[in-house]
Design a protein around this ligand. Structure first.
Ligand code: AHR
Length: 512
């Protein structure tokens, strides 16, 4: 009996001992730059992303705008320093004929958005409006060309239209439409999800088609000025990557894409706000699977491209749930909670840590669609928890990734477990180190012991995003319920940092 009591005492004590997660930062081994393009966004003609979200029309007197582009949205996105914006899709891209979206608006034909809600759009937002938006955002445009239902000539002409600085039929047309100067668009995708909505192709067929398209994706013979992105696979479509890497000459391709959504199941995606801990756990399993997918796609790419000249471009990622009750199912409008902040924090850590191969990524989608950073309701706008993560993590853009070792405690639900913490770190030009930490555990504070090698640390500060419950979100009536605050839970002692990470929180530390 005495022994049994003693044993229970030990077990209880061990249970209540603070968890010890350990992280080692090798500051002196930083050698790969985190491309700022990892922090890119995606804007499709889908639901209220473009119309209502970004663009409210030239004559809108209710919502402040500059040439039809919402000024509140531009101000908020500029704060994120968004490096690039992908447009016009998604699935929409392979139905889009760009010449329908130029010239006098009254004369533009309409288009039926067959993939998303079957609504008729007036084409008032086209190439000029998109590139104007990118200028206002000070961001690089990334245009997805139509391979599924378009032609090689159509895409070649589009590139000429935006980029030709010399006399040509397309530069003449552009000048007639009021823009004599070329914009010089560097990032071009050849189709989207060619295995599905982009044409239901086999990888062998798409690889051949891509070779043909890529040959003519050029500005007067200067093909290398463009960054051409082949439409890649979904999650674990490893064969797709293998066939493309094997059959497309490296000189024709600068990037190959990958799409991965954190979706529970395509037939029952679960609610965006009223979810259970089981839902949350399963969502995080899907989100963290990004690590395996990137690793395996990279392994295949390494075989054919050991010099890593081709970037892995994760141009669609994020959480996908059932739409908000009462909204158009084809519009993919969903709320955004602390669960989404967890997806964003962990996914961006994965991208940072794989920056040697991952050169660009695009969160799906910027406004009012899927894991949006901004939601709008007429003249109102709110910033989601995902926005705040993007804002906290912008310190990593263009910095050097610090290799880290992590020993994590587990977060267990039923028989399954996940690593409780996710971490990435970088050092910027000024020598400041940023460490982004996510505590995935829904119920437990995680203690983290960080050792900093290769740097003399003198000072530490931090910021945190957390809330009183995982299901918390910002509303149009309470838009600042979830926001970033100063973090007091980290202390520095020599080269050691001790951190107390509250449950489901995202923290970014700055060490000088
Ligand atoms: O982002 C929504 C859709 O998801 C995109 O149009 C498509 O590429 C993907 O299947």
């Amino acid at each position: 009996m005495k022994n049994l009591l003693f044993l229970s005492f030990i077990l209880l004590t061990v249970n209540y001992l603070p968890a010890q997660n350990q992280v080692v930062l090798n500051v002196d081994l930083a050698e790969h730059q985190i491309s700022r393009h990892i922090y890119g966004h995606f804007s499709e003609h889908l639901g209220r992303c473009i119309y209502d979200g970004f663009y409210v029309g030239d004559n809108n007197e209710l919502i402040p705008n500059n040439k039809g582009v919402r000024t509140d949205v531009v101000k908020a996105l500029k704060k994120l320093q968004i490096p690039n914006l992908r447009w016009p899709g998604g699935c929409f891209a392979d139905t889009y004929h760009w010449k329908d979206g130029i010239g006098p608006k009254a004369k533009r034909p309409t288009i039926v958005n067959a993939w998303w809600g079957g609504i008729t759009e007036d084409n008032s937002f086209g190439t000029h409006e998109f590139l104007e938006l990118c200028e206002q955002l000070d961001t690089e445009p990334f245009i997805s060309g139509n391979v599924g239902s378009g032609t090689v000539q159509e895409l070649a002409d589009w590139i000429q239209y935006t980029n030709a600085g010399y006399e040509s039929p397309m530069s003449k047309l552009r000048t007639e439409n009021g823009h004599a100067e070329p914009w010089t668009v560097k990032y071009w995708g050849a189709g989207n999800e060619a295995w599905g909505c982009g044409g239901n192709m086999r990888p062998e067929y798409y690889a051949d088609l891509y070779r043909q398209y890529a040959t003519y994706m050029q500005t007067a013979g200067k093909g290398s000025d463009l960054y051409r992105i082949a439409a890649g696979g979904y999650s674990d479509h490893y064969t797709w990557t293998e066939v493309l890497m094997k059959n497309i000459p490296l000189k024709l391709m600068e990037g190959i894409s990958l799409h991965h959504y954190s979706v529970l199941s395509w037939t029952d995606k679960g609610p965006s706000t009223e979810f259970t801990e089981d839902h949350y756990f399963a969502t995080m399993q899907k989100a963290l699977a990004m690590e395996t997918h990137i690793q395996k796609h990279s392994n295949i790419m390494n075989k054919y491209d050991p010099e890593k000249t081709v970037g892995l471009i994760v141009d669609e990622w994020g959480g996908w749930y059932e739409v908000e009750p009462g909204t158009n199912p084809g519009f993919l409008y969903q709320q955004n909670t602390m669960r989404d902040a967890m997806i964003a924090g962990t996914t961006l850590n994965i991208f940072n840590n794989h920056c040697e191969r991952v050169k660009m990524a695009n969160l799906a989608q910027t406004i009012n669609v899927l894991q949006a950073v901004i939601l709008t309701q007429e003249e109102k706008m709110l910033l989601t928890p995902t926005y705040h993560v993007m804002e906290m993590y912008k310190v990593h853009q263009g910095a050097m990734m610090i290799p880290i070792h992590i020993k994590s405690e587990v977060y267990q639900v039923g028989k399954d477990s996940l690593e409780a913490i996710s971490v990435s770190a970088s050092i910027n030009k000024e020598g400041k180190v940023h460490i982004s930490l996510v505590n995935i555990h829904a119920n437990q504070t995680e203690k983290v012991a960080i050792s900093i090698r290769g740097m003399t640390a003198k000072n530490i500060t931090g910021r945190i995003l957390n809330a009183n419950k995982l299901q918390a979100y910002n509303t149009f009536d309470a838009p600042n319920k979830i926001q970033v605050s100063n973090f007091q839970g980290a202390s520095l002692d020599g080269d050691k940092v001790s951190v107390d990470l509250p449950p489901f929180s995202v923290v970014v530390l700055e060490v000088e």
